[in-house]
Design a protein around this ligand. Sequence first.
Ligand SMILES: Cc1cc2nc3c(=O)[nH]c(=O)nc-3n(C[C@H](O)[C@H](O)[C@H](O)COP(=O)(O)O)c2cc1C
Length: 375
Amino acid sequence: MARVVNVDEYEDLARVKMPKMYYDFYAGGAEDKWTLRENRSAFSRIRIRPQVLVDVSHTDLTTSVLGLKIACPIMVAPTALHKLAHPEGELATARATAAANTVMVVSTSSSHTIEEIADTGPGIRFFQLYIFNKVRAMELVARAEKAGYKAIVLTVDTPILGRREDDLRNRLVLPPDVSMKLIDGIGEQHSQPTEPGSSLAAVASEYKDKSITWKDVQAFMKLTKLPFLLKGILTKEDALKAIDICVDGIIVSNHGGRQLDHVPATISVLEEVAITRNSCYVVAAAAGRCPVFVDGGIRRGTDVFKALALGASGVFVGRPVLFGLAIDGEQGVKKVLDMLKDELRTTMVIAGCPTLAHINRSSVQTPEEKPSSKL
Ligand SMILES: Cc1cc2nc3c(=O)[nH]c(=O)nc-3n(C[C@H](O)[C@H](O)[C@H](O)COP(=O)(O)O)c2cc1C
């Protein structure tokens, strides 16, 4: 096989290797996929401003997330059903992520249980929560806590599933040996597609609790000792509400363009949300309690650099991990994480930033800024 040198090449290979129905499920987005494309395009409009003649003979990419030391600020986003990519599914992803010494966020829609994934060995894992019903969700939080997961990530952008037309067209249905093990039993009668939707859409839309509000989130936070992050925030108004209820972190996310089409690219609103955090340093006692992370369209080390420059404390990647898994299993996931890390190091060295602390707002220029405004 040709040597893979960047993460997009794994996607090209996966498009050929995977059954179309499952490749489309991984790659697809909501409706016209404007947001899906924009997640990438918005990164390409940001310029890097390198500083030359800086001593970059030693680099350090290590960082801390919620007090946990990791090898670099690139983490694995929660994604559903890794067994559609590879028979070892999330077990392979968990081993690779642990070997890369970074965080894996395990999805409520995963094809292995919380405990099976924990049993792969040591590793820093967070549990992503969907609230299908409150009792079930509380059980899942308790299981994650017991199994040694380090944080809960509540996804807040999915009261129902977005319209993913590829899945509707394909009448997406799971193979017999793959299921969402943590929510087995919910909507079992939908294991076969019903007109006109995919079976997954039917389960998610009919059985998810759509009444969840900020009050419920506060109540949930009280039920666990674990740090609590919200994933799916896109506005400063919601960021402020999240800070008001003292969340431990915010993940700026549009679900990889899979939920609501025509919401902005995450990198273009990161600053709005991160500035909210910064203003808290001045105005609120919550100062520094709330790191802001971002996901969506991160495919290059330069993208990670840009996100850090615009205020992110770290990034999460979704699809590249799935495509690496589909092609090379555990090694593929490890290689995806290694390639992104190497690219970040290269970017930092050439841009004159030997450590993450050297990356700051003046390291990039956004389309709104005139070059002269930096002088
Ligand atoms: C196939 C697939 C399944 C996903 N499943 C979940 C999920 O179960 N829970 C969740 O919070 N986000 C889920 N996401 C969204 C990701 O966590 C993340 O926000 C997104 O993939 C980031 O964009 P990227 O794929 O461009 O890196 C999923 C994304 C994909 C592509």
